[in-house]
Design a protein around this ligand. Sequence first.
Ligand SMILES: O=P(O)(O)OC[C@H]1O[C@H](OP(=O)(O)OP(=O)(O)O)[C@H](O)[C@@H]1O
Ligand SMILES: O=c1cc[nH]c(=O)[nH]1
Ligand SMILES: [Mg+2]
Length: 213
Amino acid sequence: MHLHVADHPLIRHKVTVLRDKKTPSPTFRLLVDELVTLLAYEATRDVRVVECEVETPLTTTTGTKIADPAPIIVPILRAGLGMLDGMTRLLPSAEVGFLGLKRDEETLEAITYANRLPEDLTGRQVFLIDPMLATGGSLVMAIEYVLERGATDVTCVCLLAAPEGIAHVQEKVGDRADVSVVVAQVDEKLNEVGYIVPGLGDAGDRLYGIVDL
Ligand SMILES: O=P(O)(O)OC[C@H]1O[C@H](OP(=O)(O)OP(=O)(O)O)[C@H](O)[C@@H]1O
Ligand SMILES: O=c1cc[nH]c(=O)[nH]1
Ligand SMILES: [Mg+2]
């Protein structure tokens, strides 16, 4: 697994505002959208492309276009939905699949409650998007799910990660070169109830404001 921590002053600035407990949902949603656009720049560095011909007003030259089959973006519901628009803005030809995972807050185990993804992902490039990588249970479940269905090249885009979660993904995925995690910042630790510290709280609740679903 390859880890890329984005290090850019604009990203650090926007994450700082996200962390602020006084930041209201509308601003929070806007910032998540802006951040994913910045992270997607890095996350799509290895997006599959092919050469193509393009006619300019002056001549014909060789260009680049996204290869077929198009990549699939998979937001992990709910919080991952907040990152979807930003991602599809940069990759408009991508398809979108959905995976609904809910962490049981007692056991910290992820539970699947929704799945709208092709059964066969053979050879597909997948972008998993979820703002929070805490214990890593949810992301590992999602990565294993798409790999089992044949995906090759899985890029996970997260805003905040705990070192424990990164270690868990690393342990499960091993040294596979085709799985990578792009994250805005790696935080200090998980607390005793599995929240990222300093973190930003519950990303789903801060985006959508419904507590205790
Ligand atoms: O690394 P983990 O310990 O598995 O925790 C991270 C998961 O928790 C959050 O989702 P949550 O389960 O709160 O669902 P939600 O998006 O509906 O709020 C977050 O968006 C991740 O999916
Ligand atoms: O800190 C955390 C941990 C899990 N899920 C969140 O939304 N936040
Ligand atoms: Mg949540």
